[in-house]
Design a protein. Structure first.
Length: 273
């Protein structure tokens, strides 16, 4: 069954001001698109990659209003996840004032000074690199975690920092499925089994199942919830912790039972009894 692609991406805006407040806003994506079946890796890259375009369009708003539009240059840093750059570049064709380039991570420090927006892919933007970004306005982290960006250095330089949240982008789903794939591969001794199959030796190694295993999820955010929801059908015993359960109060996510505000640990087996 065809499914309608998301028309809204929620962009967590991590611009920390002098008082270290964190602001958030909703970023409208490009036109909604239809996909058949589940999202592929390329589809996920499209959703993640086009957020850079969305942020660029927002930055251009004031210039457009004053009829003072000038080219806005975007730099993809690193060679990883090429599909994201491909789809972003494809969508930029209708926006002639947005110019996209990419370079290996070894050349980022030398080139970042000529760009308004950068999208780091699997590389760290430390204070030394940020100090060279004299005209940079925005850093769009390719993913959820901002540990690769020196937020304090960016704040001092007046550079806003954004991330791509895992919810509603396909990222949480992909991470949860990949985690289960790794679990199954570990339990079934995937590398040894591949050799056995190549040698036409069936039944070795025997491996084991997920059924009956106890699985501990450290951090019950969007990825953790998607993982727990899928693991439940394998007949496992789930344990999970998170810093605060307040945001989940009064809602049933279908994976773990509800819990009170003062608990930071949930044991599914005890709750079910």
């Amino acid at each position: 069954m065809a499914r309608r692609g998301l028309s809204l991406l929620r962009g967590g805006f991590a611009a920390l001001g002098p008082n270290r407040h964190r602001f958030c806003f909703d970023s409208a994506a490009l036109a909604s698109q239809t996909f058949s079946g589940t999202r592929s890796t390329c589809d996920l890259a499209l959703f993640r990659g086009t957020l850079a375009l969305t942020q660029a369009k927002r930055a251009m708003g004031e210039a457009v209003a004053h009829n003072q539009l000038k080219p806005l240059r975007i730099l993809f840093c690193g060679d990883e996840f090429p599909a994201a750059e491909f789809y972003t570049r494809k969508n930029l064709q209708q926006y002639p004032h947005l110019h996209l380039d990419s370079c290996p991570r070894t050349l980022v420090a030398d080139r970042i000074g000529d760009y308004d927006i950068c999208v780091p892919r699997m590389m760290r933007l430390d204070a030394e690199v940020i100090a060279r970004a004299k005209q940079l306005q925005l850093i769009v982290q390719f993913g959820v975690g901002l540990e690769g960006v020196d937020i304090e250095a960016a704040t001092r330089a007046g550079i806003k920092v954004a991330r791509i949240p895992s919810v509603n982008t396909g990222n949480a789903l992909a991470c949860a499925e990949h985690c289960i794939y790794m679990m199954l591969g570990l339990l079934r001794h995937q590398r040894v089994m591949a050799s056995s199959i190549a040698a036409k030796r069936l039944g070795e190694p025997a491996g084991s199942t997920l059924y009956g295993k106890t699985i501990f999820i450290l951090g019950y955010g969007h990825i953790g919830k998607e993982l727990a929801l899928r693991l439940r059908y394998f007949g496992v015993h789930l344990l999970a912790v998170r810093r605060s359960w307040t945001s989940l109060r009064g809602s049933q996510n279908g994976a773990l039972p509800n819990t009170s505000d003062d608990e930071d640990f949930v044991n599914e087996k005890e709750r079910d009894n």
